[in-house]
Design a protein around this ligand. Structure first.
Ligand code: ADP
Ligand code: MG
Length: 477
C-alpha cells in the first residue's frame, strides 16, 4: 500500500502514465478512493492557483515593461535580461547589451564614489534609489530614476539584481535649463550691481568736477573784477610817485627860499613832522607798488589757472601753468607753527607748447602738489622729515610726448595703498580733511581727457613721485 501522504509528496509533474502505473499497484478500496479524489481535487486547485499567480505575474511584467526600463543582472553586475524599453532608450540591441555590465551606458558624469556607494548598498541586500545620467549608443545623454532591488535565493545569497528605471530626461532638462537661467540671472544681477556702482562713482566725480568748474567760474569772475581796479591803482601809483616827488621838491624849494615862514605855517610844519613824512612817503609808495604788483600777479595766475576762456584744447606753455599753481599754493609752502618752508626745486626741460585743456591740467598739478604739501606738513610736524622738498621736473620723453614728474621727500606709501590711490573716495586722511577725489579726478583728466599716462612710484619712507605723460599734439601718433 502506498500511503497517500507519501503519494502526495511525489512530484506532481510526473506524466499521467506514471501516475497510472502507480495506481495499478494500489488495491483500491472506497476509503483510499476517497482520499485519492480529495488529493486530485487539491492538486487541481493548486494548479489553478499556480496558473492564476503566473497570470498575475505576467500581467505585472507586462505593465512594468510598458512603463519602465527593466534589467536584470547577475551578482557580478553582468546583464542577463533587458527589456525593449532598455534597448529603445540606450539605442543598443539586446544582443549588444546581454552579457555586458552597466558600464556600457556610463556617461562619466557621476564620480566613482557614487557607484561604490550604490554597490555597497545593494550588496548588503538593501534597495538602492537614485538618479543616474547615462549615455546612449548614439552619444546622447538620458537621465533615469533608478531603483535596484537585490534578489536572493532561499539561503539568503544574492543571486540577481533587478533594476527598474524611469526616464526622467525631460524633467532633468527642465531642471538644468532652470538652473542655467538662474545662473544667468545671477550674473546679470551682478553685472547690474557693478554698473550701478560705476554710475554712482561717475556721478560723484561729475558732481566734484561740476563743483570745481563752478569754483573755477567764481575764481575767474573775481579775478576779472579785481583786474580792472587793481590796474587803476597799479597804473596810477607811477603818477602818484611822480607827483609826490614834485611836491616834495617844491616843498624843499619853499623851505630853501623862505627859511622864515609865517608863524601859522611854522606851526603846521611843527605839527606834521614834515621831516619824517618826506622820508617815509617814498617808502610807503614803494611798498604800495610792490603790494599791488603782487595782487596783479595773483589775479593773472588765478585767471591763468581757471582758464575759463579756454575750455577748448589749446597750445599752452606747461611751465606757466605749473608756476601759476605754485603761486596760488605759495602760502601753503610755509609750514604752519614752524619756521620751516617747503623748498621747491624746479628742473624744467626745454618744452614746446603743448596742446591740452590747460585749466584741467593745472587742476592736476594743484591736486598733486597739494597732496605733496599735505604729506610733507605731517611728516615735518612728526619730525620725520627735516628738509621738506618738492621736485618738479619736465622733459620731452618721446617723439610726441612730454613727461612731468612731481616728487617729494615725504614718507611715501605702502604698495597696498599705492594700488588704491586712484580709486574714487580713497583717502588715508582724517574725515573732513581728505575727500579721496583729487587723484581719481586727475587720473580721469590725464588718461581719459588727454590720452596720457598717470602713475605713481613710491616706497615707504622714500617719498613719492607722480609721473604725468601726455602727447604734445593729441591728434598725432
Ligand atoms: N605725495 C604723497 N605721499 C604719500 N601719500 C600720498 C601722496 N599723494 C597722495 N597720497 C595718498 O593718496 C591718497 C589719495 O589722494 P587724493 O585722491 O588726492 O585724496 P585726498 O588727498 O583727499 O586724500 C591720500 O589720502 C594719500 O594716502
Ligand atoms: Mg588730495
Amino acid at each position: 500500500m502506498i500511503n497517500i501522504n507519501e503519494f502526495n509528496k511525489q512530484d506532481w509533474g510526473d506524466s499521467p502514465s506514471a501516475v497510472l502505473r502507480n495506481l495499478n499497484n494500489i488495491s483500491l478500496n472506497e476509503a483510499t478512493l476517497y482520499e485519492y479524489a480529495v488529493a486530485i481535487a487539491q492538486s487541481q486547485y493548486r494548479d489553478r492557483e499556480t496558473h492564476q499567480s503566473m497570470q498575475v505575474l505576467s500581467d505585472i511584467k507586462f505593465a512594468l515593461d510598458v512603463t519602465a526600463i527593466v534589467a536584470i543582472t547577475d551578482s557580478q553586475g553582468i546583464i542577463s535580461y533587458a527589456n525593449d524599453k532598455f534597448c529603445q532608450i540606450s539605442k543598443y540591441s539586446r544582443s549588444e547589451i546581454i552579457g555586458k555590465d552597466h558600464n556600457i551606458v556610463n556617461s562619466g558624469y557621476h564620480p566613482q564614489s557614487f557607484f561604490s556607494e550604490m554597490w555597497s548598498t545593494i550588496q548588503a541586500g538593501n534597495v538602492w534609489k537614485g538618479e543616474i545620467k547615462n549615455k546612449a549608443k548614439d552619444g546622447n545623454y538620458y537621465w533615469v530614476d533608478t531603483t535596484i532591488v537585490p534578489l536572493s535565493d532561499e539561503t539568503g545569497r544574492i543571486i540577481q539584481y533587478l533594476a527598474i528605471r524611469l526616464d526622467i530626461t525631460e524633467r532633468k532638462q527642465i531642471e538644468e535649463a532652470l538652473q542655467r537661467s538662474q545662473q544667468e540671472l545671477q550674473e546679470k544681477t551682478q553685472h547690474l550691481e557693478r554698473v550701478i556702482s560705476e554710475l554712482q562713482k561717475a556721478q560723484s566725480q561729475l558732481i566734484q568736477t561740476e563743483k570745481m568748474s563752478s569754483l573755477g567760474q567764481l575764481v575767474a569772475g573775481i579775478a576779472h573784477e579785481i583786474n580792472n581796479p587793481i590796474n587803476f591803482i597799479y597804473g596810477n601809483l607811477v603818477y602818484v610817485a611822480q607827483y609826490t616827488q614834485e611836491i616834495l621838491f617844491l616843498l624843499q624849494l619853499y623851505h630853501q627860499y623862505y627859511p622864515m615862514p609865517m608863524p601859522e605855517i611854522q606851526q603846521a610844519i611843527d605839527g606834521t613832522e614834515l621831516g619824517f613824512i618826506k622820508e617815509d612817503l617814498p617808502k610807503v609808495l614803494k611798498s604800495m607798488r610792490l603790494g599791488s604788483e603782487r595782487i596783479r600777479r595773483i589775479v593773472l595766475s588765478l585767471r591763468n589757472f581757471s582758464r575759463l576762456d579756454e575750455a577748448e584744447i589749446k597750445s599752452v606753455n606747461i611751465h606757466e601753468g605749473i608756476d601759476c599753481t605754485l603761486l596760488i599754493l605759495q602760502n601753503r609752502l610755509k609750514i604752519k607753527r614752524s619756521n620751516s618752508e617747503i623748498a621747491i626745486v624746479k628742473e624744467y626741460g626745454d618744452l614746446p607748447l603743448v596742446e591740452c585743456y590747460a585749466g584741467q591740467l593745472n587742476q592736476v598739478f594743484m591736486n598733486i602738489i597739494s597732496n605733496a604739501i599735505d604729506e610733507l606738513e605731517t611728516a615735518h610736524k612728526n619730525s620725520k622729515v627735516l628738509n621738506p622738498k618738492i621736485w618738479i621736473r619736465t622733459k620731452i620723453s618721446g617723439k610726441n610726448r612730454i613727461t612731468i614728474a612731481i616728487a617729494d621727500n615725504g614718507l611715501g606709501m605702502t604698495e597696498d595703498i599705492r594700488q588704491k590711490i586712484f580709486d574714487p573716495f580713497f583717502t588715508t586722511k582724517p574725515v573732513g580733511v581728505g575727500t579721496g577725489l583729487g587723484l581719481s579726478i586727475s587720473y580721469q583728466i590725464v588718461v581719459d581727457k588727454h590720452r596720457g599716462q598717470f602713475s605713481c612710484i613710491s616706497t615707504p619712507n622714500a617719498g613719492a613721485e607722480f609721473l604725468i605723460e601726455i602727447p604734445i599734439h593729441p591728434t598725432e601718433k
